[in-house]
Design a protein around this ligand. Structure first.
Ligand code: NAP
Length: 300
């Protein structure tokens, strides 16, 4: 298989930004992605602030740019990273590639609640993309679970279409940014259901209701709902990363300020990394900074 200066794992915005910065430094660069390029940003119809436009357009433009700059885009699934003499080997379902530096930018995925009905009704009312699926719930009631920025932001998207958004949160207060909490308060069709947890998603062919338990009163009730959206945080996508790479309690990779992991030559950036800021601007900046740190280590 091929030899590269830098292999970037992941083609979300961090990975694409890292690959662009690396190839612009004259490094022979590969980008490996198992799924679709773009990552979580492609779920966003209208980006909040700069850059503007849709998430898909932004990711597509970056993808085209790196291809034109000469990045080799490989559609493969990484299984391991190992030291191989003075190089690193990255093994995928297609073989083993070698590189002088590896940047892990494999991102994070939305966590699941793991309650009854969640897997059974996937694509039948259970969704994690309000922007894509919101229009299907015009005039319907839906349930959103979570109290962070994602849950409130997505509840606001769904409120554009739905008759009522039941915002189920296990705590008495939301942890989301105040401007989102204020915006929720201005929508008559968003009903906070506080101190409550979703216990089960019920229905026949499609989702029809959600059983919710008030944890203070210890009483359950059923909320009529055609859609169910859980936004309870993220988990890192780095099952392939060697055990010697330090992780925080939630499994996110720990790096130093220059994005170095515990394994020499292996960097981590973006949503897979503990301490990542969570904004699109952070994704871009971390990708570029990790590529520049790798280039500096390679003497470029
Ligand atoms: P988050 O901040 O980790 O919030 C997760 C929410 O889900 C919390 O309210 C938590 O409840 C709840 N939760 C967690 N596990 C649960 C469970 N098993 N059952 C029920 N509820 C559960 O996650 P996020 O909202 O996805 O945000 C992730 C990061 O992206 C954050 O840094 C956020 O600021 C950033 N982000 C930013 C924006 C923006 O700036 N516009 C938009 C989206 C996301 P507790 O509060 O009780 O712990």
């Amino acid at each position: 298989m091929a030899n590269f200066d830098v292999i970037v794992i992941g083609a979300g915005i961090t990975g694409l930004s890292a690959a662009k910065a690396a190839v612009q430094r004259g490094l022979r660069t590969a980008n490996i992605e198992a799924l679709m390029f773009g990552g979580l940003v492609v779920n966003i119809n209208e980006l909040d602030g700069e850059p503007a436009g849709s998430g898909t357009d932004f990711a597509s433009n970056l993808m085209m740019e790196i291809s034109e700059l000469g990045v080799e885009n490989l559609s493969e699934t990484v299984s391991t990273i190992a030291r191989d003499g003075n190089q690193l080997s990255v093994t995928t379902d297609a073989g083993t590639h070698r590189a002088r530096a590896v940047i892990i930018a494999s991102g994070a995925k939305l966590k699941r609640l793991g309650i009854p009905g969640e897997a059974e009704f996937e694509y039948k009312g259970v969704s994690q993309c309000a922007d894509c699926d919101g229009p299907m719930y015009k005039g319907e009631e839906v349930v959103v679970v979570g109290g962070g920025d994602s849950a409130l932001q997505e509840a606001l998207v769904l409120a554009e279409y739905s008759k009522c958004v039941h915002l189920v949160h296990r705590n008495a207060t939301f942890r989301a940014q105040q401007h989102l909490v204020d915006a929720i308060g201005r929508h008559d069709n968003i009903k906070p259901v506080l101190n409550s947890v979703a216990e089960a998603i019920l229905g026949n062919a499609m989702v029809e209701k959600v059983r919710v338990r008030d944890v203070v009163a210890n009483a359950s009730r059923e909320i009529p709902s055609a859609g169910f959206f859980a936004y309870i945080g993220l988990e890192p996508s780095c099952e392939f990363a060697p055990a010697e790479l330090a992780r925080d309690v939630a499994g996110f990779l720990i790096t130093d300020d220059a994005f170095n992991t515990k394994m020499p030559g292996v960097f981590a950036a973006g949503a897979v990394r503990a301490g990542y800021g969570g904004m699109l601007t952070h994704a871009i900046a971390e990708g570029e900074a990790a590529a520049n740190a790798a280039a500096a280590q390679l003497g470029v």
